[in-house]
Design a protein around this ligand. Structure first.
Ligand SMILES: [Zn+2]
Length: 357
């Protein structure tokens, strides 16, 4: 079950790295490739160019990842995902809210102008297909991984999802793709009884937290800037009822740098894995923690996401069942570089290896 990790031996000798052999000579026995998914409609969701979550984010990301994909041919594969299966969004969101969203998108399409749930959460004619395509990509990634066709995946979703509540979008988010994926896996995945969601976006994923706060089968771990939008995510918020103890919120002050972030990230993972053994891990992979980001004040660099991802892979009970899903990240070029770092670590490829070999 353990994936080859060619980078582990050369870096800090933690976890699986200590028993890894020179896997690069073992090409014939390597497992399936990792995957990168981006539904074309996600790029078309339009918020206006004056909005930080604009169409250029995914165009830039796709360009940066596309250049790396050429070098990694065969070890990371890209294919167009299908729209979300029937009923997948309804496992998370109310039918009334989804009808509102679908109608608003149709109205925007007919009128040629944007609609708003609130001044910063906008809906265009392409938004309905964008949410179906992005949630569909997450469900498809999970299906492909559980079928053994892929080992780990990155989904370039748009609009982001982790602020979306069951009955309301907010904070640029319309549909909670990670929540849709978790419920899809629990409902349809053979042998999937527990799912962990690791949220490394700068902001607290209030939507994801609320959706699973009473659910003992979904662990939600979030590191986030505090105080910041949306104002939730205190360390005392640890889940309720049967879900008490399966939420771990770690607020961090403005200006947090990588040394502190890495230490707290590892502590969070170890607390989670001590209490909970997930069959699948989803990552709310936001990149607004980057130093270059205009909305946040953390000081991470794109390359740090290779090690953060590796630290997660090394500790995961199933290190080949991880799906990272794009959330925030509003400095397009550094975000693309950080996605490449994440994707390479998910595929077990060193960051500094230009050919992926
Ligand atoms: Zn964010």
């Amino acid at each position: 079950m353990t994936r080859p990790d060619p980078g582990a031996g050369a870096e800090q000798g933690t976890g699986r790295g200590q028993d890894s052999r020179p896997e690069r000579e073992q090409e014939p026995t390597e497992g399936p490739p990792a995957a990168f998914y981006l539904h074309p409609a996600a790029s078309l969701h339009d918020t206006g160019w004056n909005h930080p979550e604009h169409q250029g984010r995914l165009r830039s990301l796709a360009s940066t990842v596309g250049k790396d994909m050429m070098a990694l041919f065969g070890r990371v594969e890209q294919s167009e995902p299908p729209l979300a299966p029937e009923g997948a969004l309804e496992r998370v969101h109310t039918e009334a809210y989804l009808a509102t969203l679908r109608d608003a998108s149709a109205e925007a399409e007919a009128s040629g102008s944007l609609r708003e749930l609130d001044p910063e959460t906008r809906i265009s004619g392409a938004s309905w297909e964008a949410v179906l395509g992005s949630s569909g990509a997450v469900c498809h990634a999970i299906d492909e991984i559980l079928a053994g066709h892929r080992a780990n995946a990155f989904v370039a979703a748009r609009p982001p999802g982790h602020h979306a509540l069951a009955d309301r979008g907010m904070g640029f988010c319309l549909v909670n793709h990670v929540a849709v994926g978790a419920r899809h896996a629990l409902a349809t995945g053979a042998g999937i009884g527990k799912v962990a969601i690791v949220d490394w976006d700068l902001h607290h994923g209030n939507g994801t937290d609320a959706i699973f706060t009473a659910d003992p089968d979904v662990f939600y771990l979030s590191l986030h800037e505090w105080p910041q939008f949306p104002g939730t995510g205190a360390s005392t918020e640890r889940g309720i009822g049967a879900g008490e103890g399966t939420t771990l919120n770690v607020p961090l002050p403005a200006g947090t740098g990588y040394t502190t972030y890495r230490r707290v990230f590892v502590e969070g993972l170890e607390r989670m894995f001590d209490a909970f053994s997930p069959d699948l891990i989803l990552v709310s992979a936001g990149y607004d923690t980057l130093r270059a980001d205009p909305l946040g004040s953390f000081e991470l660099e794109p390359s740090h996401f290779h090690e953060l991802t590796r630290l997660l892979v090394e500790r995961a009970p199933h290190p080949d069942r991880i799906v990272a899903v794009l959330e925030g990240g509003y400095a397009p070029r550094p975000t693309g570089e950080a996605v490449v770092a994440t994707l390479r670590a998910l595929a077990g490829i060193p960051l500094e290896d230009p050919g992926g070999r």
